[in-house]
Design a protein around this ligand. Sequence first.
Ligand code: ADP
Length: 598
Amino acid sequence: MATDGDDPGDGSPARQRKASLGDRAAWRVLLDQVRPHRRTLLLGGLLSLAGSLAGLAMPLMAKQVIDAFGAGGTTTGPVLGLSAAVMAGALVAAAGRFLLERMGETIVLASRRTLVDRILRLRVPEVDRLSPGDLLSRVGSDTTLLRAVCTDALASLVGGAFTFLGAAVMMAVMDGLLLGVTLAVVALVAVMGVVIAPRIRRASLRAQEALGEMGSMLDRALQAFRTVKASGAEIRETAVVTAAATEARDRGVAAAGWTSLAGVGAWTSIQLAFLAVLGVGGARVASGEMEISALIAFLMYLFYLVSPIGQVIQSLTQMQNGLAAVTRIQEIALLPAEPVAAPAPMPTQAGGDPVGVTFTDVVFRYDEDRPIVHHGVTFEVPAGGMTALVGPSGAGKSTVFGLIERFYEADEGAIAIGGRDIRDWPLGELRSMLGYVEQDAPVLAGTLRENLVFGAPEATGEEIARALARTRLDDLVERLPEGLETPVGHRGVLLSGGERQRVAIARALLRRPRLLLLDEATSQLDAVNELRLREVVAEVARETTVLVIAHRLSTVTGADRIVVMEAGRVRAWGTHDELVAADALYRELAATQFLVAT
Ligand code: ADP
């Protein structure tokens, strides 16, 4: 959906100009989406026109019927013809409308697909910045608005425009002067539309932003649901969320106000046109320049002409809402995304040899206006075995993992894996070498099996069984009512902290990582779980490289080497005994911060 070089409004300079340029860009994005369907659009429009033409024949036939009455002739033929024209017209118009609406649905699908794909490929720093609730509202409510535009508004606009043209042509044929009177009044409506449309769009954009805000606020409350309750903050949080909802209502009401005004304008001008034609036409009938039947037919055409005007105005106002939605969708489409397109290739059956990691003078900060987190980090993790990262909280240990996974890019220095700079590895290939166990070991909504094969969808039953055995989870599977197929809940509430951690390790192991990044949970585990975890990690370290952020003395004593970090620098490394002898901070950490070994 991101079109090349069409983001004039999205650079940082000239903020005030952003709105108008953004509007143009929004139109362009909308048109870009419609362009692949231009044949359907044309066909649907032509069918609608054909339907209208049949309708347009009606006034002419009515004229014949009236003339026939006047002449005392038979009316059966014209009345039958009239009925057939009405039926055929309705059918053809319906087919045209169906085509246009189907096209609208297809456009919305494409837009949703692009948006979801984009969101999942966004770079981590962008997602750190954005609020999940707002993103959800963009996928949900903004694409729904777009749907209204592409189905209803576009169909009505095209259908209405064709009908308008058709009626205008017929009226020109019948009486040019009266058409002139009509069009003069119509021009008034057009001027009003030009003035009102941007106001509707602005109100709608703010309403959608407020909805996004509402999503964010609700998301905040749900993320910390227990804290909200424990703090007795339900009423306050409800007020915050409903404040955003109220803002959305106010903006919606403002948009509705402008829309109604546009409606009043359209309606008044229709009446004015009617009266003007009646006045001018009536005078011409009185003077004998025009037949009464022609005036009646003309007035009927006038309604054909003006009903699409109402339709067009309505769809144009609806389009303003849609353009607001396009703007919000486009904001996401223009954010930097990762290049991953194909799924990361799975390593071969044999997995691959363990790889080492080197950090050389790595300098990094999360954002330009944030403090530096790594002030020149240098260390080496040889291939195979277990290396523990330790240090006070905030030292920059988790950041090391974020950089290895290339969630973030180092500002200076170099990081190499398997002797090759990580910027030279294709991203998919890099990540397929790595197993990553986050500190809070998230469990996804779904069954235990889905959680295990999340990183390796092709894993066989045998491989799953082996990973379960290695992580000592086989007894858990037996205990769960439906074994592997037991839903483990969207926050894994069925599992204990230790089990969650081991499920996350099993998930990482199924990817046969050449380097396992393990961020140990800070929460205390019971003795059984702690022992199991230690055994699991020690066993894994015999097959692959394990880099663990350690919070427990028991983990560290099992490590082959330990890297001590403090305030964004590596201050020492060595074995446990060496460090106890040589490094004061390590001695202190070992004595106070780690759990004491039993
Ligand atoms: P550790 O794992 O040693 O406790 P971290 O690497 O998590 O330390 O954090 C180091 C510093 O970076 C901290 O000051 C933290 O506030 C900051 N930090 C961590 N993650 C982010 C992030 N996503 N955005 C901005 N700052 C962050």
